[in-house]
Structure formats: C-alpha cells, structure tokens
Design a protein around this ligand. Structure first.
Ligand SMILES: C[S@@+](CC[C@H](N)C(=O)[O-])C[C@H]1O[C@@H](n2cnc3c(N)ncnc32)[C@H](O)[C@@H]1O
Length: 272
C-alpha cells in the first residue's frame, strides 16, 4: 500500500486491495472527490484528473507537483520548530487570517496542521476558518517519502479545485470515474458546504449520464437505503471499512460500504 501525504478521515488507503478489483483499465482516472489521493497513489492509470472542492487540498497538491524540494525543506523546518499546542494554534491562526501568505507556505502550513491536528479531521467553521483541534502525539510523522512519491505520480495528473458537477462536465469517453463523496446519511462537512441527500441524488444522476456517454463509473458510499436506491442500476458490492472518526471509530470497529460498479460495454463485446 502506498501511503498518502495527509492523514485523512475517510481515506481509502486501507481498502485499495478490495477497490482495485472493481476499477477497470482506462485512458484516465477522474476523481471528483480526491481527499487524500489514496486512490491515485494506489492505481496506475496513464493520466489523472484529480478534483476536490477544498482549495487548500488542491493547492497542496499543485505545490508538491511543481516545487517538491523547496516544499519538503520548508515543511521539515516548520515541523522541527513548532511542536507544541501553542505553536499549532499560532500557525492555525496565521493560516486562517494572513491573506498575504504565499501559496507554498499555505501548502506547508496545511500539511503541518493536518499532521498535528486531530485524527486527519479536516474541518472548517461557517466563516471558512480551519478549526480542527490539536492532537497530542509523541512525534507527528513528517511524510518525506510520501511527498517524493506523490510528486513523481503527480506529473501525470491535473489538479482542479471544483465542485463535482464541474468535474463530471469534463469527463470523456474512455475515462474511468471513481467517486468517493461524503457518506450519505452522515453529517459530513469537509468544507463549508454540507453534502446533503439532494447532492447524493444529483451525483447519481450525473454518473448515469456519464455512463451513457461511454465512461466507466465506480462509486463508493455508505450502505444505506438511499444509496441502494440511487445505485440500483449498478452492480453493488459490499466491503468492510475501518472508521477513524465517529461512532464506529476505535479498535477494530468497521462499517459496511457499497462499491457501485457500472462498466461500459465496448461495441466489440456487444457484437461478440
Ligand atoms: C470521503 S472524502 C474522499 C476520500 C478519498 N477517497 C481518500 O481516499 O482520501 C470526500 C471528499 O469530497 C470533498 N467534497 C465534499 N463536497 C464536495 C463537492 N461538492 N464537490 C467536490 N468535492 C467535494 C471533500 O473535500 C473530501 O475531500
């Protein structure tokens, strides 16, 4: 398993062996809900379109892609000099209120806050301020190897900060789309806007349209009646996933997740 730069609540890193069984080959993998990029880091497509609504995430990925070495040096210095909770609060405050912070620093601070914050939770308040609390740890991990691996893989990726509707408007025949939206039925607010049932419906409808346009779709979600209904036209597989946050979090606690799969049938296959 390739590890990710960020620790991330809802990361798919630990279920990639299961997920990879359902991801077909294709010219490009499109991920409208990239999160930690665990899927990009554990697949091997010729090209990637990586999107997320969170501008801090996408800025981090763009900075690592373009400036791996200065970024790594900057992050190492910030980690070395800012180990206390007081340091964490000061950097979080600067991250939220210093409008002139250069994008490379913003990316480095975001990674610092992620690695020193509570269990990979990426939470913002209504004003858009990052407000994840500090987590006391013996030695937060400085992900140098993960940054290097990400920068190498990122050379075949395009990163965009976009709502899933904009990303899905860019898919082309031959693409594989992997969707991992915030869970249906949970209060999931990764950024300022909550992902409600209406959005789950809109997503499922757009995915069905993409399939008609020659795109292969794989979608993960929680195993709920709404998800079963929305993805009734897909092959549905149930997998078991460890939760890092919430009621199912903790030693060995697992939750059921659906992987909905719909594969485009090539004209040659239909004829055979
Ligand atoms: C469950 S996480 C994805 C986890 C990812 N598969 C991984 O392995 O780390 C969901 C992601 O969707 C993003 N998101 C939430 N609402 C969105 C929207 N309307 N459009 C695009 N991305 C959105 C969040 O910022 C978050 O990064």
């Amino acid at each position: 398993m390739n590890k990710t730069i960020l620790k991330w609540a809802g990361s798919k890193a630990k279920v990639m062996a299961q997920l990879n069984q359902y991801l077909p080959a294709g010219a490009r993998l499109v991920e409208p809900f990239a999160g930690s990029c665990a899927v990009m880091m554990n697949t091997d497509y010729p090209a990637y379109l990586i999107a997320d609504i969170n501008p801090d995430l996408i800025n981090l990925y763009q900075q690592v892609k373009e400036f791996e070495k200065p970024f790594t040096a900057l992050v190492a210095g910030i980690f070395a000099q800012n180990g206390s909770e007081e340091d964490y609060r000061r950097i979080r405050n600067e991250f939220n209120h210093e409008a002139s912070l250069p994008l490379l620093y913003r990316a480095a601070y975001f990674l610092y806050l992620n690695r020193h914050g509570y269990r990979g939770l990426c939470r913002y308040n209504r004003k858009g301020d990052f407000n994840t609390p500090y987590e006391k740890q013996a030695k937060p991990h400085l992900p140098v190897d993960e940054i290097r691996a990400f920068a190498a893989k990122a050379q075949r990726a395009t990163f965009i900060c976009a709502d899933f509707t904009e990303t899905l408007a860019q898919v082309q025949a031959g693409d594989v789309v992997y969707c991992d939206p915030p869970y249906a039925g949970a209060f999931t607010q990764y950024h300022t806007d909550a992902f409600n049932d209406g959005k789950q419906r809109q997503l499922a409808q757009l995915l069905s349209s993409s399939i008609s346009a020659g795109v292969s779709v794989v979608a993960s979600n929680s195993d709920t009646p709404l998800v079963q209904e929305l993805y009734a036209g897909f092959d549905r597989h149930v997998i078991s996933v460890a939760r890092s946050i919430g009621v199912a979090a903790g030693k060995g606690k697992k939750a059921s997740e659906i992987v909905a799969v719909s594969r485009v049938v090539a004209v040659s296959e239909v004829a055979a």
